[in-house]
Design a protein around this ligand. Sequence first.
Ligand code: M6R
Length: 357
Amino acid sequence: EKGTYAHYMLKEIDEQPLVIRNILQKYQDEANEIKLPNDIRTSFHAADRVYIIAAGTSYHAGLVGKELMEKVVGKPVEVHIASEFLYNQPLLSPNPLFIFISQSGETADCRGVLVNVKEAGHPSLTITNVPGSTLSREADHTLHTYAGPEIAVASTKAYTAQMAVLAILAMDGAHAAGSDTDFDALHELSIAANAMETLCDAKDDMEQIARDYLFETRNAFFIGRSFDYHVVQEGALKLKEISYIQAEGFAGGELKHGTIALIEEGTPVIALSTQENVDLNIRGNLQEVVARGANPCVVSMDGCHRADDQVVIPLVHAYLTPLVAVVPLQLISYYAALHRGCDVDKPRNLAKSVTVE
Ligand code: M6R
């Protein structure tokens, strides 16, 4: 039930800090060590390469999962859009592990890949919010995201929950491999949950940004680099699916290779900057569009922020910035859709779970 909330989406955005804390409880033992089924640990360790298969927002979580696993564990990961993988399978490594990420666990494109993967005898793990779902039943292993029912068509808490579980899996994988990582997923996730809460409390600011930048526009661009590039893709998907504003998320450095031609006087460009090593680069990219008339909005992280940035997110571990940085983007999309009179929870042409190919 959505209680006092006008929409499920807003309620589900607000639930995110709690969901992360819940995940931390579920995946921790009494000694505060990661608790994961042994067979999952073994499968992950045995794989020479991980193939993440997903669609939509879950695909965007997969992009972050790749960063986590490659950086924390040192294991190579490929992320594939399920519907593409299904009809154009890449070359596989000798010992692949397939990880399916799906909120509903019912996405037909993923199921198609899983059927082939099983037929070929490869191990599979589903990360889902619905443990009894098709993808969960049919895969060898399941990790539950414990986000609680997600009703709004636009996925919010399932996305952050998926990334939290991927962070835990990565840290566990690093320990199993004996690699020396100083990334403490459990500790850092609890810091991230607090930061998410701070942002959920800043709704008025996000509503004002939606009013200032997105009330009347036809299109909007999001730019980011590194981890932020993955998050802006998710931010753009959120905005387009519920507000019908044509929105795209681009890698900052790619703009000058074509997209910059679309910038006109007043075009909103939302830049995300949470990664210190590329902060100057993304700000340079923003200058390039401002010089062509863009209306810039900067979401940065404490530590690499400037005085006139529109949103400053609290400092969290560089690998977990996606969980936190997406919150303002979700809220801005929500208010943009609300102001434009759209049906926030049930956007046109979309279904909560896509069970046809
Ligand atoms: O249930 P799944 O996670 O497999 O769904 C995948 C996509 O259909 C889903 O994420 C979709 O993109 C959402 N509407 C995004 O908000």
